[in-house]
Design a protein around this ligand. Structure first.
Ligand code: ARG
Length: 586
């Protein structure tokens, strides 16, 4: 079904058209003055200019035609150029009926679905994750859910940092510690046996310090990197083992977070196609030699800031981060036939992606794929600097999840929630609540802005938080339990709203499709957060105004239960798109 705003816009546009005015000016949006009407059309001034008539005269013409529609109950002109619109209760009621019967609850599918690759710019092997990786997983997960729901085929790729010098450093360090002089597959397997992810992290930190302090160590690390990239005996095997250890731990962490990927590829995956790609780009004249390096110039005349060329091959023969990204575009747009490739990566990498996107377009590697950098800001600690764990160290996902779970447990205790639960159940709920706090705390911000990680605020059961929304959904479930109805037994038909609270709730339920579409178009999970929060608040008003369970009129009671059910389903859908679980009870 088409969203409410489309339907209203169609009505008003056709009124513009039959009155002889440009129908494009009939766009309807929610009112900025709800006291004057539920919706507004602001096209009157533009029409006055275009058709050289007074705004009042134009509005009169349009309003005269809208008076006969059975959608609008009141329509009025407000200077300088607004038409205020309110729909009839009958129309609203039947629209919400349709939403309730619609499997997608009033959310449209996009007209032309395609294949979308979502690059999560994932963590790096052996290096502890940082907050950027946390944000990219939370935001990326919500976007993959939203894109799938919109109708796309989505291929999400964790895109691990598993290639290049860091891996060489790790290999050299291990060789050192085990006294390995010549590496072959058998020694590699022995060296890597029984290594844990903690060993890797510890080794990486030691190696990083070593290579900074000594040229000899740096030389060894670079040598190991070359050994790996040139596929010398043992190197690939050792690398494979190290990656396996790290990936096993990451899989567990992402599982706990509730984030999954279709593809667990890393930067290494694209390395094989790099030499051929460089050759082709040189032969085609897209890449040129410059000071011993191979580069693709990407500057454009209208650039406001300096735009360095993309370096494809460094003068020492090595490839760069950008080379890998270009090779990845080639595979995704070429072999996977992606219609869009989206990168959920920190906004500070903006220049990098501008270079890569321009190079990918001008070389034709992008084919027809849209390339978008879905940038995000930093999650800061209370000191305004990128968030660190209490120990001051870099973050481990597992520790962070444990931390939010413990805090949720404490908060639940303070708020007398789940007091009758068994210990296991209470822990399970605490994890759901903690993750809801973490995810909503992140997703409710405008994607590109920085925000402060304030667990205390994120965990409140009242306010604009994940736990509040969970609580709102659980409360509706408990109404059904008290009414002794299972979800599919709540099937009553709606009657027209009698109170403002009912009407406002219905208007929100009718608008889900608009919100979800806007979130999709703007790649903005915060729009979903806002809508879910508004919906929960409106339901709460309605709930206090309309005493569902004690209502004596069976028709009304049934209608209110049905409104509750549609609200619950919409909340469930929204929380699902945010990657937040709805507990059964709390
Ligand atoms: N692994 C990189 C990092 O930790 C981010 C990769 C971003 N994605 C990409 N396709 N470049 O910074």
């Amino acid at each position: 079904m088409s969203p409410l705003r489309d339907l209203l816009t169609k009505q008003v546009s056709s009124a513009f058209a039959t009155a002889g005015y440009d129908p494009a000016l009939g766009e309807v949006v929610p009112s900025q003055r709800p006291d004057l009407g539920q919706f507004q059309c602001s096209g009157v001034l533009a029409a006055a200019k275009k058709h050289r008539r007074a705004p009042q005269a134009i509005a009169d013409d349009v309003i005269a035609r809208l008076k006969t529609s059975d959608v609008f109950g009141s329509v009025s002109f407000a200077a300088p150029g607004f038409i205020n619109l309110t729909v009839t209760d009958e129309f609203l009621t039947s629209f919400v009926e349709q939403v309730g019967r619609d499997e997608r609850l009033g959310c449209p599918l996009i007209p032309e679905p395609g294949t979308v690759v979502l690059d999560f710019g994932g963590p790096n092997i052996a290096k502890a994750m940082h907050v950027g990786h946390l944000r990219s997983s939370i935001i990326g997960d919500s976007l993959q859910r939203l894109f799938r729901f919109a109708g796309h085929k989505v291929l999400s790729d964790i895109h691990l940092g598993d290639w290049g010098t860091p891996m060489g450093m790790l290999i050299a360090e291990l060789q050192h510690r085990r006294g390995i002089t010549t590496l072959d597959d058998a020694t590699a397997a022995r060296a890597a046996a029984a290594l844990s992810v903690h060993d890797l992290e510890e080794m990486y930190l030691a190696a990083a310090t070593q290579t900074r302090a000594s040229d000899e160590s740096l030389r060894e690390a670079l040598q190991a990197t070359v050994g790996l990239q040139q596929n010398q005996p043992g190197y690939r095997e050792l690398w494979r083992q190290l990656v396996a250890v790290s990936v096993a731990a990451l899989r567990e962490d992402f599982d706990t977070l509730g984030v999954s990927f279709d593809l667990w590829l890393g930067e290494s995956h694209f390395s094989d196609r790099i030499p051929g790609l460089v050759e082709r780009l040189l032969a085609q004249g897209h890449a040129v030699m410059s000071e011993g390096a191979v580069v693709i110039p990407v500057a454009e005349p209208q650039d406001q800031q300096e735009m360095p060329p993309l370096i494809l091959v460094k003068s020492d023969g090595g490839y760069t981060y950008a080379t890998t990204d270009l090779a990845a575009v080639d595979e995704r747009a070429g072999d996977l036939r992606a219609d869009a490739i989206l990168y959920v990566v920190d906004k500070r990498q903006g220049l990098h992606f501008t270079q890569v996107f321009r190079a990918a377009r001008k070389t034709g590697l992008a084919r027809n794929a849209r390339l978008e950098h879905l940038a995000f800001g930093t999650m800061n600690g209370p000191d305004g600097k990128p968030f660190k764990t209490r120990a001051g160290g870099v973050m481990k996902l597992k520790d962070l999840i444990d931390m939010v779970t413990e805090a949720a447990l404490q908060r639940m205790q303070d708020s007398d929630i789940a007091t009758t639960f068994s210990e296991t159940e209470r822990r399970r709920l605490a994890r759901q609540v903690g993750l809801a706090a973490l995810k909503f705390g992140d997703l409710s911000n405008v994607r590109t802005s920085d925000y402060v990680f304030d667990l205390d605020r994120f965990l409140r059961f009242e306010g604009r938080t994940g736990p509040y929304l969970q609580y709102a959904a659980v409360r509706i479930k408990s109404i059904f339990r008290k009414a002794e109805l299972s979800d599919d037994e709540v099937g009553g038909s709606l009657i027209a709203p009698q109170t403002a609270g009912e009407r406002d709730l219905m208007l929100a339920l009718a608008s889900l499709g608009d919100a979800v579409r806007q979130a999709y178009e703007r790649r903005a999970p915060n729009v979903l957060c806002d809508f879910a929060h508004t919906l929960a608040q409106l339901y709460s008003h309605f709930y206090h105004e309309c005493h569902i369970l004690s209502e004596g009129d069976p028709g009304r009671r049934a209608s209110w239960l049905r409104l509750s059910q549609i609200t619950l389903r919409q909340l469930g859908l929204l929380l699902g798109l945010l990657g937040i679980e709805v507990p059964d009870r709390m």
